[in-house]
Write a new protein. Sequence first.
Length: 437
Amino acid sequence: MSGRPVTGKVYESSTSPSDELRLQYSTSDIQSSYVGCQVGALVPTGNHNTAGCFKATGTVSNVPGVTTDLDYTYEPEQDNLNGRTIKGFSTAVRPRMLECPKCPYPDAKFFVDYYGDSDYADKWITASFTGGRTNFGSGRGNADFGSYGFTGRGECAKKGTVFMAIFMYVIREFEDALDDCQNNCIACNDDPVHAWDEGVAFYSGSLEGKDGSAPGVLLHELADKRCANFNTCIDENNSKSAINDQLTDLFVVGQAQLLSGRCEEARVTKSKIVDLMYIPMIQGTLRYAYRLDLQAGGEKEEAEGAVFAAAVLPRIHAADPSAAELIYNNMRVGRSSTDFKAVKTAFESVYSKMNIKCSDVGGLLSPEGGYFPGAGPCGDSSSAKKGGLIAGAVVGSIGGAAALIAIGYIFYMRGREKRGNPVFKPSTRETAVSEIY
C-alpha cells in the first residue's frame, strides 16, 4: 500500500474458491521487519502495519500457470490472515498427528488418550480465557476456571499456549521431518531438514537472539528459568540450562542425520529430544507443589502448578495412571490441598519409564543456596548432566564416517554459536513459487 512492488508466492496448500487467489507474502530473516504486512489482531490496537500489504485494488503478475495479469480487489485489514496460528496447532492435532499416513505420533496419542480430545490445548486455553470448564471427553484432567480471577486465568491461558499447544507442535515438526526422510540419500532430504529446523524454531522462539542468551517466552526460556531453581544450570550465572545444552547438540545431530539419510538414527535422536522436553514441566510442577504445600501459595501459584501439571500428566499417565491421578488431585485447579512429598514421590516413580534421571530434574533450591528440606534430588546411578554425554551416545550409535560427520557438524555449529551467528541458517535452496508485483 506504499506504492512499492509487493512480492510473494502462491499459497501451496490453497483450497480457495475459483474466484480467489491466496498468496503468501515474502519474508526476511530480520525479526523486526520480517514481513511488511501485519494486521489481524493488531488492527484494534492501532499497532498494525499495512505499508507492505497489497493495496486494496491492483494487478497480480507472474502467477504460475496463468498467462495474463490478474486484477483483484480485497480488504487489507480484514482479508490478510495468518496461514498458521497457535490455535491451529491444537485443532490440527487429529489430522496432522493422529490420522496422517505414518501416524499416530506417540506423544500426541498420550495426550489424546489422557484428555479424550485431540484439541485439548484449545479447550484448556479457551476455558481459561472465558472462565469456563474444559469438559474433556475422558473425564480426566478437567479444570473449572470459574473460581479464578484474572490472575489465575491469565497464567493458565498464556502458559497453556506454550506448554500445551506449542510444545506438541514442536514434536509434530520433528515427527514430520522423520516421516519425509529418505534412507541413505544425501541430496534428497532438504524438506525433512526444513521441517526439523521449524521444530527448533518453535522450541526457541525469535526473542532468544542468535545464541539463546536473550530472554524469550517459549520452551527454551522455560528450561533456562527452571535450571536456576533446580541447580541444573551449566554456567556460573545460572542462566544456561543443561537441558538446552543437550538439546542444542541433539538438534544439530538430528539435522546432520537427516541430511545424510540416516533416518532411523534421527528417530532415536528425536525420542531423546522429546524425553528432555518434559523435564522443565516436571520441575515447574514440583516448584509450585512446594509453594502450595509449604509456602502458603495463592491463586497465582495454584494456576501455575495446574498448567505445568496439565502439560506433563498425559506422559505420566502413559507410564503409570495411578501416579498421574495423584499428581492431578494435588495440583488441579480448585484442589483442596497439596502434598509436596507425595507429588515428588509420584514423579520419581516414573522417571525410569520416561527415560530421565534424578540428576536431570535436580532439586529445588532455597534462596540461601541449599535445597529446601525434603526437596533435594533423588538418587540414581548416574549424576552426569552435561550435554555432550547424551549427544555423544547418539553420535556413537550411527558409526563410522557418518559419526565423524555428525561430530564435526556439532563443532562447526558450536563455533557458529560462539561467533554470534545463527545456529540454523536458512536453506539456500528455498525459492519463491512466484513473484507478485
